[in-house]
Write a protein that binds this ligand. Structure first.
Ligand SMILES: C[S@@+](CC[C@H](N)C(=O)[O-])C[C@H]1O[C@@H](n2cnc3c(N)ncnc32)[C@H](O)[C@@H]1O
Length: 360
């Protein structure tokens, strides 16, 4: 490492190590838009399907500009996302990298996250305004990329694990659904969790609620196209305003409780909708209760998303603004305040999420 002049008293190595660390982060940040381009223009999918290609072959296959593709693929090679063979001058996306960047059904697919991030940059003036004056940026101000990206981020988890592993982790719940039980999803987004349950439990009656109307229109159309709209419907409805008839066997909140204006009111609403022997299945970001235990790449990502979206959406309406770091301790406290008596963190291993079974 080159020695540079530093003011007396500074630890040279510490300073240089940190400079390298930040440059690495900045390189990742400026690579983000290129991931968006690779995802949205279908470049990762073409490379996954075709094997090694010269840039000209990639241009021919996609109809995109060769010069732009050359620069984009150079950046992707430099970032070690694409492999490069200098002799034939081909670039390639390995099967392992395709599972992360191109295969929408793979459990490790993260293309949805890369779709979401540029909109957070677009909203920086409004977010900085909230730093200065309080308040926040409401969900309606985010572009469709955020909602579609969220669907693509979480969808693979629901399709691969929800009915197969997560629901069966709660005793008796899968049996209820198989026997025609009633399940709801509050803050359901574009409906992928319930779409997965509709496939696995053909006798169950399912209803999703979200207060973002375009999500609900899309989810109902998905259900119609899948031929399940007789038993799966979506309604524009706030999570604080669920039907208070104690008839639901299962209510889910999937990565949304911490976003809400009032998780406390939502929890009370869920309590009033659930049967006495029903279950609230709550998925939250995999964050520890204390900041000092979140000093990790996951903590770094979640606190950033929280500042730019989750917390600010709640604060936009004067909400609690827990953000992604809501943590098990706060979820348990909110559940007890709402009259739930049993709270259990489920023994499900997942890098991004933690899972709770909450019962009256
Ligand atoms: C991070 S997204 C998660 C969406 C979905 N659960 C999923 O797993 O894809 C949060 C969702 O919560 C919805 N939401 C936030 N506050 C809500 C509330 N009070 N009532 C209903 N929906 C709400 C938002 O519109 C958004 O679709």
């Amino acid at each position: 490492m080159a020695t540079v002049q530093v003011p007396v008293g500074l630890d040279h190595d510490k300073m240089m190590n940190f400079a390298h660390h930040v440059v690495g982060d900045l390189a990742a940040a400026i690579t983000g838009p290129l991931l968006y381009i690779g995802d949205r223009l279908g470049l990762f999918r073409v490379l996954a399907d075709s094997g090694p290609l010269t840039v000209q072959e990639l241009a021919d296959k996609t109809g995109l500009n060769e010069r732009y593709l050359r620069e984009w693929s150079s950046a992707m090679v430099a970032a070690a996302y694409l492999d490069y063979d200098p002799k034939p001058q081909t670039v390639a996306l390995s099967a392992e990298h395709a599972a992360v960047l191109a295969n929408e059904n793979s459990p490790v697919f993260v293309g949805g996250m890369s779709q979401m991030i540029p909109d957070h940059y677009r909203l920086l003036p409004q977010i900085m305004d909230a730093f200065r004056h309080g308040g926040g940026v409401a969900y309606e101000q985010y572009s469709p990329d955020v909602f579609e990206g969220t669907e693509r981020l979480f969808g693979p988890g629901y399709r691969n694990f929800l009915a197969q592993q997560w629901i069966p982790a709660m005793p008796g719940v899968a049996e209820r659904l198989a026997a025609g039980g009633l399940a709801g999803d509050a803050g359901c987004g574009r409906g992928q969790a319930l779409m997965a349950l509709a496939k696995a439990f053909p006798a169950a009656q399912l209803v999703g609620w979200d207060n973002h109307a375009p999500n609900i229109a899309y989810a109902n159309e998905q259900a119609r196209q899948a031929g399940v709209s007789d038993r799966l419907r979506f309604e524009v409805r706030g999570a604080n305003d669920l039907p208070q008839h104690h008839r639901f066997d299962l209510i889910m909140t999937c990565d949304c409780l911490h976003d809400m204006v009032s998780p406390e009111t939502c929890a009370r609403s869920i309590r009033g909708a659930l049967r006495e022997d029903g279950a609230w299945f709550c998925i939250e970001p995999n964050m520890a209760d204390r900041l000092e235990d979140n000093i990790s790449p996951i903590g770094k990502m979640f606190y950033a998303v929280s500042t730019l979206q989750c917390m600010t959406c709640s604060l936009a309406h004067g909400g609690s603004g827990y953000g992604t770091g809501m943590g098990a301790g706060n979820v348990e406290r909110v559940a007890h305040l709402a009259g739930f008596s049993r709270f259990r963190k489920l023994p499900i291993q997942h890098p991004l999420n933690q899972f709770f079974e909450i019962r009256p």
